[in-house]
Design a binder for this molecule. Sequence first.
Ligand SMILES: [Zn+2]
Length: 274
Amino acid sequence: MPAADHYLSRSGHAAQAVAESPFTIEVRFTGGLSDRQRAAFASAADRWSQVIVGDLPSVVVDGETIDDVLIVAEGADIDGTGQVLGQAGPTHLRPESAGVAALLPARGEMTFDSADLAALQADGSLDDVIAHEMGHVLGIGTLWEAKGLLAGSGSGDPTFTGAGAVAEWGALGGSGDVPVENTGGPGTAEGHWRESVFADELMSGFISEAGNPLSRMTAASLRDLGYDVALDAAEAYALPAAAPAGRAAAVRRLARCAVTVPTAVVLPGSSLLG
Ligand SMILES: [Zn+2]
């Protein structure tokens, strides 16, 4: 049987085993990915569509109707193992006139170095890395500035100011706005939760060995961006200081998130469908 050329996310809610999540991520595979690698994209799409549960207004991009996000995924020969992992981020954003969905991604791109994908698969971190990069396509770290939710850019102490994530940071034991990565240079700094604080959380700037939780704080940050979110679908997470004995010390950082973010265009108001 030939591998499918696309994947539509499904809801992972056990109680709604038959129901589709109203939020659909379509992953379109355009080449260079093995079946195992495609499976990583499929499970990542399912993981995010468990926490994002609300339909977004459909838009037309290049003559194609998109409900809710289309991600074009491919493997490519870039520079061998290490260094550049690839490119990941939104390429088309909903129009400013889309209300609460203004600027939320309609289409995005995930292109990864085939050599790096093979290495990630070998060390067991492929699924978490693909989920992490898909988080960037959905707007985590890539839309913070555009949505006015990043404070202290360039100051050495950047923070995320969205009320939902700030509340969950407080519930974890933090105070004030959420610490954002301040090291690692362009692509890592100001686009992730701060590694020194959040360690193995999925959207910190370094991927740890398998088991990087998608926390309530990350889910809440998606609500701050404008998505309809089910916080209770997030995964169990604690700050390293509160983690089970040995866990924090045992976490091995495997790779810095080394992707470039494509330039995104804001779609015209006429692209919105009813
Ligand atoms: Zn990243």
